[in-house]
Design a protein around this ligand. Structure first.
Ligand SMILES: *Cc1c(COP(=O)(O)O)cnc(C)c1O
Length: 445
């Protein structure tokens, strides 16, 4: 039995095979992949391919699992907008009461369009905030600036003074813990551009506290992305908790700990139990906040969390059609109608995504590469993958593409970006039109 079949059976119900017709008896021959109660084949027929499809139920379930796991401490979930930022997705997440973590003025504008009042639950992260982005954030009344350098602190102070609007600040510290993840998405080591080393942070807090328009409010940390060993979070938060104690002893009011995002999902393994995973994550994050190892008492803080991938990653899939079968010197290729411009993760990180047929039938399997039409050898989705034998015109789903999928899309080769659909139970809604050539050249002159 192929790997895809085995794990597919264990997938959560948001994406599952069902009998295409209720008249036929349960028969693998008739099974088709669904998102909630909507047939993915029907969506591909109506909207074309490539097509991103997201599950409302799964995004909601993940947000609620986070809320349950952290119910023992006052907290705010600030969903990381960069993981998936289509307005309808943000609206769904805001509707669940969550706030947002933004890393640019553009992301903040998206949040404001969804709900002006969401600004008071927005944290602004990133190493390179510009003056105009800071001004927009101050005027909008965001909750917290995660400051990453002394120069940034000075610029923020001058803008806050000019606008006569106090800015609440946390210093993003670099805890010097190594998170075992892809080197491009590990951020918590001293060699990385992110954050301020803990020994230097104290100086920044002292500077900030002297400024009339800066209000010291928290300590923030984010050690990377796609982290599956939760002990990394425990190590980072232990260092943050120590710093909070030290800062309080120096007279700073530290109300917030921002624990960042970074919780990984299982791209390779059959679905792990998310409840179990989130419980282990919460335990690791809360370990040093509930009872501090030196001071023996509970750290009285409001916790901010910035999950991205763990909320939306497994809730999205990318549908594609097989254009051609091709064999070069015995090596097989499936050339599909989606490409690295739609989904960059395999090219950028060598990332693994499970690929399954929309129609499940008992068929032979073969070893093949799955590649896109772009003129780059890096334009691939799978290499030497065992897949059911697919014919030209057949449909495939590239799974777990809800995070860092559509947001990383480009127009390379003047390919329009894919359309996006949000499913909710038996309903589905087009939430982003397929981009046309005219859309792409509109700004050119
Ligand atoms: C990217 C990012 C996140 C979200 O990371 P995930 O791995 O998607 O959970 C959170 N906070 C900051 C500062 C980030 O840069």
């Amino acid at each position: 039995m192929s790997r895809s079949r085995t794990s597919q059976d264990l997938r959560p119900s948001a994406f599952a095979y069902r009998n295409a017709s209720s008249r036929t008896r349960t028969n693998v021959r008739d099974q088709a992949l669904y998102c909630e109660s909507v047939s993915l084949e029907a969506l591909a027929a109506r909207h074309g391919t490539p097509l991103y499809v997201y599950s409302t139920a799964m995004i909601r379930a993940r947000l609620r699992a986070f809320a349950r796991a952290f119910r023992s401490i006052p907290h705010t979930l600030c969903y990381s907008v960069k993981a998936s930022s289509t307005l309808a997705i943000l609206r769904l997440i805001a509707g669940e009461g969550a706030g947002f973590d933004v890393v640019s003025g553009g992301e903040l504008e998206r949040v404001l369009r969804v709900n002006r009042n969401a600004a008071h639950k927005v944290v602004f992260s990133g190493v390179g905030k510009t003056a105009s982005e800071m001004e927009l954030a101050l005027r909008s009344g965001i909750l917290l600036f995660n400051v990453e350098s002394s120069s940034e602190l000075n610029l923020l102070a001058s803008i806050a003074t000019r606008l006569k609007t106090p800015a609440a600040v946390a210093v993003r510290v670099n805890p010097d813990v190594s998170a075992k993840t892809h080197p491009y998405i590990s951020t918590g080591l001293q060699q990385h551009k992110f954050g301020v080393p803990i020994p230097d942070a104290t100086k920044l807090y002292a500077e900030a506290s002297k400024h009339p328009y800066l209000k010291v409010a928290g300590v923030s940390v984010h050690i990377g992305s796609q982290i599956t060993d939760v002990s990394n979070f425990r190590d980072a938060l232990t260092r943050v908790a120590d710093l909070v104690h030290a800062l309080r002893e120096q007279g700073h009011e530290i109300r917030y700990i921002d624990a960042g995002g970074g919780l990984g999902i299982s791209y390779e393994q059959p679905r792990q139990n998310f409840e179990k995973q989130i419980t282990a994550y919460a335990k690791a994050v809360l370990a040093s906040l509930h009872v501090h190892r030196l001071h023996g008492q509970r750290l009285n803080v409001h916790l901010l969390l910035e999950p991205g991938r763990s909320i939306v990653g497994a809730a999205g899939t990318l549908l594609t059609r097989v254009l051609y079968r091709k064999t070069n010197n015995g090596k097989r290729f499936l050339i599909v109608d989606t490409a690295m411009n739609d989904l960059l993760r395999p090219s950028l990180y060598g990332a693994y995504h499970e690929i399954v047929p929309l129609k499940r039938a008992p068929r032979e399997t073969e070893i093949t590469d799955v590649v896109g039409p772009i003129c780059e050898t890096g334009d691939f989705f799978a290499r030497d993958r065992q897949l059911p034998v697919m014919q030209e015109g057949d449909l495939l789903a590239i799974l777990d593409t809800g995070a860092y999928g559509a947001v990383l899309a480009s127009n390379y080769n003047t390919r329009g970006r894919a359309a996006e659909v949000l499913v909710d139970g038996i309903r589905s809604r087009l939430i982003r039109n397929r981009e046309t050539a005219s859309d792409q050249i509109r700004l050119e002159r």
